[in-house]
Design a protein around this ligand. Structure first.
Ligand SMILES: *[C@@H]1O[C@H](CO)[C@@H](O)[C@H](O)[C@H]1NC(C)=O
Length: 729
């Protein structure tokens, strides 16, 4: 009986197949018209969004949602890729609806359109160009220096690990429609036979805390080093549009779910929004990568929607140098042939360099009058750096500035050592050293304190050598969930300290939400030193199951005045659903950890009855727990600052980034033996000493120490650059 059914099914399948194959080619005119119309729709939505953004920022009406959106704008090459994807997506929608009228049943657009026609559409929209493989034959010095985009790092698969490619997945996506709609798009649809709770409700019940525990071992620098490292590895852009393509409504004026709007619904009786709020927290979907979703199979990519990473996967200090050629050039000082990066020509910090200003029509960093209430206050533009998010908070801005200063310091020293080097050579050699320094700081000093010794022994023992088969690509679960562990380590404050490491009289510690997008605090409020002291002499927030996410991030994210502030916890979970990430239980299984199936199991995994109960009351099954939340809820591993799931996911990612990097600092031929010995002397302490006015620091600035044990800068070893002196004979 069974095989009869099977045979019929197979026959039906073949019949459908031949039907699809027999799909007549569309006329070239129809395609061209659809592409033209789609381009017009997309361009006008882009233009509307651009003008609206400028207008709001000009009138000082930029809301917290605007700020997040503007920060997540794709720029340069990323923007071109996102627009091409939007063209293609909209073209297919148009063709689908025109064909749909002729079909009885609506099928996926791609089933109605032949391969050849899809290829034509991809060509016309610019989507094909994204997938053309670049030529590495003509690029010079590939064995010595990284390209800006890291294209050609892998010689067999030239795009591997490079910027502006789709983000990698370690487990298949789980979308509501199996192709591209987020989980929970339709809230009445069950997932694993249960309804998904509203992310804001989960945030209110699980994350909410007004109490903060401080870390007994680690400083606040650990928190910001995590953010800094994250910004070297991944950036997932939004589409730049702020209103729905199909209905034209503004995403932040409506609770409707319509691409790219996926607003966060407010539960009844929300503590901030009150009863029966009609409001939503605006949320924009991450842009689809070109040639994914409906069209992915064209390029051999999986057929579901993928997001993009506009950064390179490698630890290569892209936050300082940029992740594509155009950005890299923009950041360089090319008026003198000295291999320097551009600095600020209007202001300096007690004679030390500051980041240059961004030249943009929208200045979302003009926050001074709004925060201080002084309408005559001088505003400054945002700083320009390798990553778009350098102004997000002033601690991060300070690390960016340290990176810039260290580059210029090393460049000047190398120029003295090798007067015959031109600017290009100095720049490349300096950038290469900087890459090595931050690889060492990340793997030697930072990671062990996060994932603990067991994960290091398991995933990151001594360097095994380069393996070109290893895909270093940043995985979706790492970028969207695991590496967001740092959010739980953020204090509600930005500390500022004076020369004696006591509270700064003139520039006191401020609440965190008054330190978002405030480059003017760096320019006018004592420069880097008070902020850097605050990071090395104040503690990180400790992640505990009781006190998870400070209300500065849950209730006041990007709030400058009275507008609707964002909730970082809710956003993280909504983002996971937007990206179709599988739930908590699947990721436990991926990591070969015990898989909780019910309340009792979950209590054991969490080692916390109350928390496990609250999670089960909300989700009903461990399968559905949003993976960021599940991972963040676990008790910490021995000697680390994340639970077992995040320790596994983070260590796995960093293992791949190391092993799949042809230019990893320990790989043979990258540096000489002497150079490697020299590089190992690097320390965060020395970098702070060399680039600020600070004269005493903790020897290990990630570790909390009493002030009496701080070390004089003159006692901290520096790296010796003599192995870089080139014999000119
Ligand atoms: C470029 O370098 C020159 C020489 O060091 C310096 O005078 C100039 O101010 C720099 N320009 C920028 C924008 O950094």
């Amino acid at each position: 009986m069974k095989w009869v059914v099977g045979l019929i099914a197979a026959g039906l399948y073949l019949c459908l197949q031949s039907h699809v194959n027999a799909e007549p080619r569309l006329s070239r005119t129809l395609i061209e018209r659809a592409v033209m119309e789609a381009k017009a729709t997309v361009d006008s939505a882009y233009e509307y969004s651009r003008r609206e953004s400028i207008e709001r920022v000009k009138r000082n009406l930029a809301s917290p949602a605007d700020v997040l959106r503007l920060m997540k704008q794709p720029v340069g090459r990323g923007r071109i890729a996102v627009r091409a994807a939007d063209y293609m997506d909209n073209t297919l929608t148009l063709i689908k609806s025109s064909l749909g009228n002729r079909q009885k049943r609506s099928i996926n657009a791609t089933d109605l359109i032949s391969e050849e026609d899809l290829q034509i559409i991809a060509d016309l929209t610019g989507c094909s160009a994204r997938h053309r493989v670049p030529s590495c034959k003509t690029t010079p010095n590939l064995d010595r220096f990284r390209t800006s985009s890291s294209v050609c790092n892998n010689r067999k698969n030239e795009r591997m690990g490079s910027s502006n490619t789709p983000i990698t997945r370690w487990l298949p996506a789980e979308y509501q429609d199996k192709i591209s709609l987020p989980k929970g798009w339709d809230p009445r649809r069950r997932v694993n036979r249960r309804f998904l709770p509203l992310v804001r409700e989960v945030s209110n019940k699980i994350l909410h805390t007004t109490v903060v525990d401080s870390d007994p071992l680690y400083t606040y620098l650990l928190t910001f080093f995590a953010q800094w490292t994250d910004h070297d590895l991944s950036f997932t852009p939004h589409s730049p549009v702020i209103r729905s393509f199909s209905s034209g409504i503004d995403c932040d004026k409506s609770c409707d779910r319509t691409e790219p709007c996926f607003p966060v619904e407010i539960p009844r009786q929300d503590p901030r929004f009150g009863r029966n709020s009609e409001e939503c927290i605006p949320f924009f979907r991450s842009a689809a990568g070109c040639g994914s979703g409906n069209t992915g199979h064209l390029f051999g990519a999986p057929t579901v929607r993928q997001q993009m990473n506009t950064l390179t996967a490698f630890v290569d200090v892209g936050q300082v140098y940029g992740s594509d050629e155009a950005k890299a050039r923009l950041l360089r000082n090319l008026t003198s042939d000295k291999g320097l990066l551009k600095v600020n020509t209007e202001y300096n910090d007690n004679g030390r360099e500051l980041l240059p200003f961004e030249k943009k029509s929208t200045n979302m960093c003009a926050t001074r009058a709004r925060i201080t209430g002084d309408n005559n206050a001088t505003e400054v533009p945002c700083f320009l750096a390798g990553d778009e998010r350098s102004n997000e908070n002033i601690a991060l801005t300070s690390i960016h500035t340290l990176g810039l200063r260290e580059h210029n310091r090393l460049a000047r020293a190398l120029a003295k050592l090798n007067p015959h080097w031109n600017g290009e050579r100095i720049y490349q050699e300096t950038r290469k050293i900087m890459g090595a320094l931050f690889q060492i700081l990340t793997y030697r000093d930072f990671l062990p304190r996060i994932v603990g010794p067991d994960a290091i022994n398991k995933f990151l023992p001594t360097y095994p050598g380069y393996d070109e088969e290893v895909d270093p690509g940043i995985s979706n679960v790492f970028a969207t969930a695991a590496f967001r562990f740092g959010h739980l380590m953020i204090q509600p404050f930005m500390f500022r300290l004076d020369e004696k490491y006591t509270a700064h009289e003139k520039y006191p510690t401020v609440l965190l939400h008054k330190a978002f997008f405030t480059p003017w605090r760096v320019v006018f409020e004592g420069g880097l030193d008070p902020i850097v002291r605050g990071m090395v002499a104040r503690k990180a927030k400790l992640t505990t199951q009781k006190h998870m996410l400070t209300d500065e991030l849950r209730e006041r994210l990007f709030k400058f005045t009275a507008e609707l502030a964002l909730d970082l916890g809710a956003l993280n979970m909504q983002r996971g659903r937007d990206h179709g990430l599988p739930g908590y239980a699947k990721w436990r299984e991926f990591c070969r950890l015990s898989v909780p199936r019910n309340r009792r199991d979950l209590r054991r995994v969490m080692q916390n009855r109350t928390l496990a109960n609250s999670l089960m009351d909300l989700y009903r099954t461990p399968k559905n727990i949003d993976v960021w939340l599940g991972g963040a809820s676990e008790p910490l591993v021995r000697g680390g600052r994340v639970g077992p799931l995040f320790a596994c996911l983070i260590a796995t990612q960093f293992q791949k980034i190391r092993q799949g990097d042809r230019l990893w600092w320990e790989n043979t031929g990258v540096f000489t033996e002497d150079q490697r010995e020299s590089l190992k002397k690097t320390s965060l302490a020395r970098i702070i000493c060399d680039n600020t006015g600070i004269t005493k620091v903790p020897q290990q600035p990630l570790e909390n120490q009493p002030r009496s044990r701080f070390t004089k800068c003159s006692d901290i070893p520096a790296i010796d650059l003599s192995p870089w002196k080139e014999d000119i004979n």
